[in-house]
Design a protein around this ligand. Structure first.
Ligand code: TRP
Ligand code: ZN
Length: 875
């Protein structure tokens, strides 16, 4: 630990700074030994604050060379300096402050601030990385106009980039090259970026809705130039979509994307210069799966959409992180829904919420969408801030309707353009544009935990009435108990015996929005009466996953099967199927599972139903994952879950083998590969069918080998490899894994997929085996993608091995955390996720997990990042 007990920072302590920085002029001189940074800051007193004359700038791991005020160099006694700051006193209204310091990017393994990735230099400043570049007011409410000069050896670093528009380029007398950039839009330091390298560029243009031409450039290392087409296409579609859906136009002459191999997260929305983890931007058919293409489309859109939701309108402080992230995830989800299938996108999002976010909400790191405090902000880039934050925006759209929501978004952007604001400025714009009061709704931002709705129904044939009684409660979370009821929009339908939606009239009428079929649950308990219900309906509850809640509702297996076949809401068709399968898995855990013929024939019919989107059928026929099942269990027994799921999978595969073979044959295609929705959808079902088929018959296994050899695209080749691994034919799988590595060992991104399918597989990933992967030439502890591919996949997917009964899986994870704590604290803290859930497991496992957390806690020099997660988990 840097200090014995790192301090928490509280939202309630927020104050504006005493000075603003109007203009920031930065000069970087890059050389092999060090980088010299000169910062010229035009500071001006904040008239809203008392005249303290005092300015404290943040700085970390900086070698200070000089400080000058209005051109006069200060002596050492004229400022105060410590490990984390630089303070000046006795300041007047305005000054020009010039600071010179040295940094060492080549030794930066934390990948925050300026660092080297391969042969290039790049930056990552969000959230608090800019302070590792120079002394600054490194907080998002300080917005400044930036001018940047980058000087480097022109031979080795011909490409020198920063934010905004390029303004000058010159050859210096000493042979170095200098590029200058100016960004006219004021921005916080976390959006600053710099790149230097020998990069190739793929270029295009986009004409905005007002007719301005924007240059688009994607910069990559030379070997990746054939992997840029899709991201460029996704970028143009994103730009068009944001104009059409939100009226938002791009605002610089140039928009650049750079791909780097070493990156802590997915990508970063630096103004005009997005930096991407190469795994989230590079693709060609031979090396990227359909899933990778969809991820790239979503992340390119996400970062582009931040230009408005995040950059033009930014966050006042980091407690408002979800203001930009929740809203931007909501925007990218809507984009993906429009580009592909909206139902499938909704299913994927609900799956993520139920497996990962609900687990976070039920664990020691549970926090509200607007947290009250944190120790290390990097730990708060969570599924709660991102995905639950998006759900909370989506519920406002359900409540206000599409048009009302758009009006609110327009008002928000217009009112706050150029400002650093709070989550309540967003809800206020929604309120003002619609004349509604969202006071009650705003509890979603402040109360952590997943609300649970209990449903009971009572049908009265004589009166043709259905009574629905709903109760809600939200469990205690760290630091929060006795929660208040939330405003929960419950989308719902009633199916008649033909499977048709019945017309709905509800009492109280004020709780019902007919246009969106939404029931508004706002109290702890409410009873709703439906009139004119001519026969006993089957209730389709929480359609479209209209709120991020858990539902307790007893419905018979016949009813679930009926919904699976007939519900007009695709999401609830899927959900009914999952509930049915969860029932089977629970039966299997109780030792009394038998597959019933009625259900099998429904699944068989779904497979044959050519009117359904094949991607939808894929989801309907996929068993819930072990993590999903765990979230629906009270005391988690990972080995029991694994066994039970295997048993059900085996039975289903056996019952459907011939249907799966036929489906596979039907979906074979000789069209050339394209990452296009219909094709991707057909491949998903084809490959699901292959997996089931290959697990049951020699013929299927043969087909998988043939597909592996013949595939001209990574989706089919990887699916074949996975089918071979899951077949349990170990030496056959090993043979194809070796072939795969021989074929692809020169392609980093493919090798990472190869590491990940092995480390995440129940068939292969024993602790010993994963340790051998860590020794492999393809593994590198310094690269976050590789750490995620092996350690992340092992602890997140190979649950039967991670939860080995001797605790060796936990030991392996803890060793990795201890090792990375010093070199890359962000990654170390992120890996901890699975261990923090120890209280949810049956004691046999929980105790061993806790012991590993205690071992980590006892290490000297814990980073703030790891300290926060471990100490909170042990409370
Ligand atoms: N703002 C980035 C996003 O779009 C998140 C991000 C990228 C990030 N790199 C980071 C957050 C490093 C913390 C640290 O989601
Ligand atoms: Zn984001």
């Amino acid at each position: 630990m840097r200090d014995a007990h790192p301090n928490a920072i509280y939202l309630k302590d927020y104050q504006q700074p005493d000075y603003w920085i109007e203009h920031t002029e930065l000069t970087f001189e890059l050389s092999d030994d060090h980088t010299l940074v000169t910062a010229r800051l035009d500071i001006v007193r904040n008239s809203q604050r008392p005249a303290s004359g005092c300015l404290t700038l943040q700085g970390q791991e900086l070698e200070l060379l000089s400080v000058a005020l209005d051109g006069n160099e200060l002596s050492v006694g004229e400022y105060q300096q410590d490990d984390e700051s630089l303070t000046l006193q006795g300041l007047a209204e305005r000054h020009q402050l010039t600071i010179r310091n040295r940094i060492y990017p080549q030794h930066n393994t934390a990948l925050e601030g300026l660092y080297q990735s391969g042969n290039m230099y790049c930056t990552q400043c969000e959230a608090e990385g800019f302070r590792r570049i120079t002394y600054y007011l490194d907080r998002p409410d300080v917005m400044s106009v930036f001018t940047t000069h980058v000087i480097a050896d022109g031979e080795r670093y011909p490409v020198l980039l920063s934010n905004g528009n390029p303004v000058a380029e010159q050859q210096l007398p000493d042979g170095r090259k200098k590029s200058s950039w100016h960004d006219p839009h004021k921005k916080p330091a976390y959006l600053f970026a710099l790149v230097a390298g020998d990069l190739q560029v793929k270029q295009d243009t986009f004409t905005t809705m007002s007719g301005r031409q924007v240059t688009l450039k994607i910069f990559v290392e030379p070997q990746n130039i054939d992997k840029t087409d899709y991201a460029l296409d996704a970028l143009k579609r994103s730009m068009k979509w944001d104009e059409q859906s939100y009226g938002r136009e791009y605002d610089l002459d140039i928009f650049m994307i750079v791909a780097v191999d070493d990156f802590n997260m997915g990508a970063m929305e630096n103004k005009g210069l997005n930096i991407f983890n190469s795994s989230c931007v590079l693709a060609n058919p031979a090396t990227a799966t359909d899933a990778a293409y969809q991820r790239i489309e979503a992340i390119v859109a996400h970062e582009y959409f931040h230009n408005w939701s995040g950059n033009r309108v930014t966050c006042r402080d980091w407690f408002q992180l979800s203001l930009k992230e929740g809203f931007t995830v909501f925007r990218d989800a809507s984009f993906s829904a429009d580009m592909n299938s909206a139902t499938v996108k909704r299913i994927e999002d609900a799956r993520l919420m139920r497996t990962v976010q609900f687990a976070e909400d039920a664990g020691p790191m549970a926090h509200p969408v607007q947290p009250d405090s944190f120790i290390e902000i990097s730990n708060f880039y969570t599924v709660t801030i991102y995905e639950k934050g998006s759900e909370v925006v989506g519920m406002q759209r359900k409540i206000l309707g599409a048009e009302g929501f758009r009006n609110g978004a327009d008002l928000y952007f217009d009112r706050h353009d150029g400002q650093a604001v709070t989550i309540y400025d967003f809800t206020k714009a929604m309120e003002d544009a619609n004349g509604v009061d969202l006071t009650l709704f705003k509890r979603w931002y402040k109360q952590a935990g997943t609300p649970q709705i209990q449903v009971s129904s009572d049908y009265d044939q004589a009166r043709q009435q259905l009574q629905l009684t709903l109760t809600q409660r939200c469990p205690d979370t760290p630091g929060q108990s006795d929660k208040l009821p939330m405003w929960i929009p419950v989308q719902l339908g009633l199916l008649d015996s033909q499977g048709q939606d019945m017309a709905i009239q509800v009492e109280p009428a004020s709780a019902w929005t007919a246009a969106s079929q939404v029931l508004h649950l706002t109290e702890a308990e409410q009873t709703f009466v439906f009139h004119g219900v001519t026969e006993r309906p089957v209730i389709s509850f929480l359609r479209d996953f209209s709120a991020p809640v858990k539902v307790e509702f007893e419905q018979s297996r016949d009813e679930l099967l009926f919904l699976l076949q007939h519900d007009s809401d695709g999401f609830n068709r899927w959900d009914a199927g999952q509930r049915l399968m969860l029932g089977w898995i629970n039966d299997a855990m109780a030792g009394q599972f038998a597959l019933d013929e009625a259900a099998v024939s429904v699944f068989r019919a779904l497979l044959r139903d050519a009117s359904l989107d094949p991607a939808m059928v894929t989801y309907l026929l996929s068993l819930p994952s072990e993590a999903y099942i765990a979230e629906f269990s009270a005391d988690i027994d990972p080995q029991a879950i694994h066994q039970a799921r295997q048993q059900v999978r085996e039975a289903l595969a056996a019952a459907l083998t011939s249907e799966m073979a036929a489906t596979y044959q039907r979906l074979q295609s000789d069209q050339p590969y394209a990452p296009q929705p219909q094709q991707m959808s057909a491949r998903a079902l084809k490959n699901l069918a292959l997996g089931y088929w290959a697990s049951q018959s020699a013929e299927g296994l043969q087909q998988a080998q043939q597909q592996f050899a013949a595939a001209d695209n990574m989706t089919d080749q990887m699916a074949a490899l996975q089918a071979l691994i899951h077949s349990g034919e170990r030496s056959l799988a090993q043979h194809y894994l070796d072939r795969f590595y021989q074929q692809w060992h020169n392609d980093v991104l493919v090798v990472n997929q190869w590491l990940s399918v092995q480390a995440g597989s129940a068939e292969l990933a024993s602790v010993e085996f994963v340790e051998s992967l860590l020794q492999h030439e393809a593994f590198d502890w310094r690269n976050p993608n590789k750490v995620r591919a092996v350690i992340g996949a092992f602890a997140g997917q190979a649950l039967c091995h991670f939860h080995a009964t001797d605790g060796q899986g936990y030991r392996l994870l803890a060793d990795a955390v201890i090792r990375l704590n010093g070199s890359n604290p962000q990654i170390a803290a992120r890996l901890l996720g699975p261990l923090t859930k120890w209280k949810r497991l049956v004691p046999q496992y929980g105790g061993l997990m806790k012991a590993e957390l205690q071992r980590i806690m006892a290490q000297p020099d814990l980073s703030k990042d790891v300290y926060e997660v471990v100490s909170k988990s042990l409370v």
